[in-house]
Design a binder for this molecule. Structure first.
Ligand code: ADP
Ligand code: ZN
Length: 676
């Protein structure tokens, strides 16, 4: 095998040697030109090493045979080829698609695909080679119920169609996982890879376990807490096609699959699919795009599908199959309301857990069953103030309160992570032990339970306490073994989990999330409460759900109570349509941020003056963003709304060309923002 150096000496005149453009995993939109020896044919997708400034980088051959933009004499030769690696045309197409959809530089997306820059470098101490035996389609097939059989047959019929998207709309506990695992079998028979996307990686261990029970081998997990060596290893196996089943969080969409056969997006409605930092994207939508480019099936599964997905079903872009009842004898749990207004009027409400809920809790535990108390708030209390001078503890870098976390002994900002130790003395007035905690977080509920029911064994499940998939697997095992009576949990525990003995779900504050300016508030609250209610009574024992509320007549709560999801969806769709809101229109948000208050305001106003003027396009703002200061940066926001028939990206692209953005201001573009 000859080196690049030897080869280029054989054909010394640079002019005779072709020029290739190389995309580097750097935050730039442009490719860079390099020379290759004529005798070394390169094709797009190959991975090469080049000198870039002082560095040696791996990049991907983007195009070949182009006329260079600079004199050939100024160009360098590539330094080498990374043998055995290349990105397939489908991967390159996906890269381009994501770049133009998210309006992010190509190089940034390549970096996401390369995952670990050193992936091709030999390791000093290589990780022990994991063996990836192929999943065995006939290892342990389940006995499916008629509705499941029908769903599987439908999904299998889709495989011959190339690209297709199907919504598997099934009530909680109906056996959706069982259905998609069975459908995936077809891919393994054809030696294709499959990707199961999960909204949060804490759900992975139990799906992985079920996968293993079904197919006899464990799948490859992909998430942020893998070590570098594990990443490299998995990346290579996914690239070579040896790893056939991948379960991962949203970033696993960017892996260089060799031969993808199907993508499953579980809990497709979940807000966690929205990546809000760096390149902003909605993983569910990217999964659909990837399936389109790979010409394969995409399955979206949920008990509470997003309005976007339902809209796409109505307009027949997606297909929909339903599982209307729970698997086996399990029934949908009964949902009841605890009207806090009545209790307050009778001066009965002294605790966060009301008297009726406490009674039900006691009965449940006495019956040897388990309960889940849901409150989507980490820490002890969302707000702390000094009882003597009234000063509220605020983050110095964000427009947010500091949240008291007993577990860590700290006041923590949930936006930037800034934290200070809990001190006895108020910095403002010097008062001692004067803190007044306002409102509950999960730690406060745990404290109340410990005071009132010291014999109950409780555990908190929230992201600051259960930090990774392993910790979640451990706690799940304790719950399964009945070492825990009551789980006090945030949204982290609200979905996906299956605890057979859990029969009671108590929701501390059903109103949380219904107020505020977010037009998606109703949809989000409906989904979250429906999901958490779905944790109760998943096997023979009937489940009960109690919602504590001050607003029992709110449409969201009324439809949860009646179980009439369709009416709720119809109302919500109608209100979106009336307001010209997504999914009936496209929306994007432009977020300007800077340490300099005036600069950011000025830039936002310049954008406003140059806003596109067209009857079809609506521009709102600028105004301070909902979180006006984060990490010491001032933030302003504008919203753009267009009909679905217009490319909102080109509207923004044209607009940005009109405005010169000062170097001290950053503009982030959020296509299809989740909160608006
Ligand atoms: P979903 O994903 O719809 O919430 P799951 O797939 O978690 O539902 O199924 C709920 C429970 O029912 C799980 O314990 C699952 O193992 C069980 N189950 C579902 N379908 C079957 C089946 N065909 N055979 C045996 N158990 C099943
Ligand atoms: Zn902060």
């Amino acid at each position: 095998k000859q080196s690049v150096d030897e080869l280029k000496n054989q054909s010394p005149q640079a002019e005779k040697n072709p020029c290739v453009s190389i995309l580097l995993p750097l935050p730039f939109k442009d490719t860079y030109d390099y020379l290759v020896p004529a005798s070394l044919p390169l094709i797009p997708g190959m991975i090469v090493t080049v000198e870039f400034g002082q560095r040696h980088l791996n990049g991907v051959v983007w195009s070949v045979g182009k006329t260079p933009d600079v004199p050939v004499s100024k160009l360098k030769y590539i330094s080498g080829i990374v043998e055995g690696f290349s990105l397939s045309p489908e991967n390159l197409e996906f890269l381009k698609w994501v770049s133009s959809y998210t309006m992010s530089p190509l190089g940034t997306i390549l970096k996401m695909m390369m995952s670990v820059p050193e992936v091709f470098t030999p390791l000093k101490r290589p990780a022990p080679q994991r063996i990836f035996p192929a999943p065995d389609p006939s290892f342990n097939p389940p006995l499916l119920e008629p509705q499941q059989i029908e769903a599987v047959a439908f999904l299998k019929s889709q495989f011959s169609r190339g690209y297709s998207v199907t919504l598997l709309d099934g009530v909680t506990g109906s056996g959706k996982t069982e259905v998609y695992l069975e459908a995936l079998k077809e891919c393994f028979l054809k030696k294709q890879q499959i990707l199961i996307l999960l909204p949060q990686i804490s759900l992975a261990p139990q799906i992985a376990q079920r996968f293993e029970r079904r197919f006899g081998v464990s799948p490859t997990l992909w998430h942020s807490s893998l070590t570098k060596a594990q990443r490299r290893e998995s990346w290579k196996q996914i690239h070579s096609g040896q790893a056939q089943a991948i379960i991962g969080a949203r970033s696993s969409l960017f892996l260089p699959y060799a031969n993808l056969g199907m993508i499953v997006v579980d809990e497709e409605h979940d807000p966690a699919y929205k990546q809000e930092e760096g390149v902003i994207y909605q993983a569910r939508d990217l999964a659909v795009a990837r399936a389109y480019l790979e010409k394969i099936s995409c399955l979206l599964a949920s008990a509470t599908p997003s309005l976007e997905t339902l809209y796409n079903c109505e307009s027949e872009k997606y297909q929909r199959i339903q599982l209307k009842s729970r698997y086996g004898v399990a029934e949908i749990p009964a949902i009841q309301i605890i009207d806090l207004r009545q209790l307050s009027a009778r001066k009965e409400k002294k605790y966060w857990i009301s008297a009726p809920l406490a009674t039900h809790l006691k009965e449940t535990i006495a019956a040897g069953e388990q309960a889940l108390i849901y409150l989507n708030r980490r820490g002890y209390a969302p707000l702390t103030l000094c009882g003597s001078c009234g000063t509220k503890l605020q983050c110095p870098y964000c427009s947010a309160w500091l949240v008291n976390h007993l577990k860590h002994g700290k006041f923590i900002c949930h936006h930037c992570g800034h934290n200070v130790s809990v001190s006895k003395t108020c910095q403002e007035c010097g008062a001692e032990e004067s803190w007044v905690c306002c409102g509950p977080g999960v730690e406060r509920i745990a404290e109340e339970l410990a005071e009132r029911f010291p014999s109950f064994r409780t555990t908190i499940i929230s992201s600051d306490i259960i930090e990774d998939a392993d910790a979640m697997a451990q706690i799940a095992e304790k719950i399964h073994n009945h070492d825990i009576d009551i789980i006090i949990g945030t949204q982290m525990i609200a979905k996906g989990h299956h605890f057979p003995n859990l029969t009671l779900v108590g929701i501390i504050d059903a109103d949380l999330g219904l107020s505020g300016g977010d037009l998606r508030a109703s949809e989000k609250t409906y989904q979250a409460l429906h999901q958490v209610a779905g944790r109760a009574g998943r096997e023979e024992k009937t489940g009960h759900v109690y919602l504590q509320t001050y607003a029992p007549e709110h449409p969201v709560l009324m439809s949860l109570l009646s179980g009439d999801r369709e009416t709720f969806i119809a109302q919500e769709m109608e209100s979106r349509e009336r307001g010209d809101m997504p999914p009936f229109t496209r929306l994007a948000s432009l977020i300007f941020s800077s340490r300099h208050r005036e600069a950011v305001e000025l830039t936002a106003q310049t954008f406003a003056r140059n806003a596109p003027r067209s009857q079809d396009i609506l521009v709102l703002g600028p105004s301070p963003a909902p979180l006006a200061v984060v990490r010491g940066k001032y933030r302003w926001r504008m919203l753009v709304q267009t009909p679905r028939t217009i490319s909102i990206q080109s509207v923004i692209h044209q607009w940005m060309k009109q405005v010169k953005i000062p170097t001290n201001v950053k503009v982030k573009i959020d296509i299809d923002p989740y909160s608006f």
